[in-house]
Design a protein around this ligand. Structure first.
Ligand code: GDD
Ligand code: MN
Length: 366
């Protein structure tokens, strides 16, 4: 029998050190008769998950590790894991033992027998269940599923599932166009394909997390909205720009509040108020963008200081361009009418695009 791998199980991890050994033991149990490997994709977890995987890999060649530095994100981790595999079949599952690994052999045999492109582990078909979820999480999940209808055409009962098995050909077909934002890689695959896929959902019961904490937080919820935007208007405007520009809009409010405080409240001169307000608003924008818009490349430690300096410099130039262009347009436009608003808007747009383009390269470079 050849020893070539037929099934790669891709497992994204962030702080799952206490779970990886148990998962490998369970895969070993249930995948007898399949030539499998498991590829952990770890985002440099502070709890030492990568080192734990390396130790396991030294004892079992079927265990592999992709160790990513300065990167975050469940979807992008899954994609890199799939790309690190050369097997004809790839499964994706969580490390925390919430997905029932005993379903894997059936997923593989169903995919083959029915000549499907993808098989999804589903909590929302007959026989499946979400297990012991709090009502709040259940409601949120139901709402998210409902929202997915905006971009998803297939009648998929559990598009939020992170447990599925697919063929190499499908990965190759979609991989260049995936949004890769946030948590919902399965939805991403279905929507990106943009054509009906041959799929089946197989039921399983969602278990409770084994050890550690869930990484699903408010930012992940916002990233879900970002992904939906990317899948709808993303063809025309990058979502990162939408996030960046919205945060810029919030910055205007911060600016006005600080100006009011310093100029009116503290009775400083206008130029002092305007300078302080500009610095505070820029700093506010920098941190918010670092926390949200560039969560996947977030700057930390000294990188924050360097980032803040380059962000402030870039935005100062952006402001000069903004004022220059707006003034020029205003000067060449006819008198009267709405030209002052249009000139200002043009300046703002040019400034925003400049700030976005320059900071994406120099502040959050990649
Ligand atoms: N590499 C990497 N990077 N892995 C991550 C990251 C990250 O930024 N964030 C989370 N993970 C890993 C976790 O370590 C875990 O193995 C898996 O992704 C799922 O993360 P959880 O934090 O356990 O998320 P959950 O249980 O709330 O969500 C899961 O259930 C959903 C069903 O409602 C995920 O599987 C979702 O994909 C699934 O849709
Ligand atoms: Mn989980």
């Amino acid at each position: 029998m050849s020893s070539v791998v037929e099934l790669s199980v891709v497992v994204p991890t962030f702080n799952e050190q206490p779970n990886v050994q148990a998962l490998v033991a369970r895969l070993e149990q249930c995948l007898r008769g399949v030539r499998w490997e498991v590829i952990f994709v770890d985002d440099d977890s502070p709890d030492g998950t990568a080192a734990a995987v390396r130790t396991l890999a030294q004892a079992d060649a079927r265990v592999r590790l992709v160790h990513r530095i300065h990167r975050r994100g469940l979807s992008s981790a899954c994609i890199e894991g799939m790309l690190a595999s050369t097997a004809p079949f790839v499964a994706v599952m969580d490390a925390d033992l919430q997905h029932d690994e005993r379903l894997l052999p059936q997923m593989l045999s169903t995919l083959r027998a029915e000549d499907l492109e993808i098989v999804v582990g589903s909590r929302h078909v007959e026989g499946g269940s979400i297990g012991d979820w709090g009502s709040e999480r259940e409601l949120a999940s139901r709402f998210a599923t409902r929202l997915s209808g905006l971009v998803l055409k297939a009648d998929l009962k559990d598009p939020m599932s992170g447990f599925f098995l697919l063929r190499r050909a499908l990965i190759d077909e979609v991989v260049h166009d995936l949004s890769a934002i946030g948590f919902k890689i399965l939805l991403d695959i279905f929507v990106t394909a943009g054509r009906p896929l041959r799929f089946r959902e197989l039921p399983y019961e969602f278990r409770l997390r084994h050890a550690g904490d869930s990484k699903l937080d408010n930012v992940v919820a916002w990233q879900y909205i970002a992904m939906l935007l990317d899948k709808s208007v993303g063809r025309y405007v990058p979502v990162r720009f939408i996030a960046f520009a919205s945060i810029g809009g919030l910055g205007v409010f911060v600016h006005m509040a600080v100006l009011w405080l310093v100029f009116r409240g503290l009775e400083e001169t206008f130029i002092v108020g305007q300078t302080v307000a500009t610095l505070v608003a820029m700093t506010f924008n920098f941190f918010l963008n670092n926390w949200f818009t560039y969560r996947d490349r977030r700057l930390r430690g000294w990188g924050l200081l360097r980032g803040w300096v380059s962000f402030t410099l870039a935005c100062s130039l952006g402001a000069v361009a903004n004022v220059g262009i707006a003034t020029y347009l205003f000067n060449v436009s006819p008198t009267g009418g709405p030209w002052w608003v249009l000139s200002a808007t043009a300046g703002i747009i040019v400034g925003a695009v400049w700030n976005y383009a320059v900071t994406s390269v120099y502040t959050w470079n990649q």
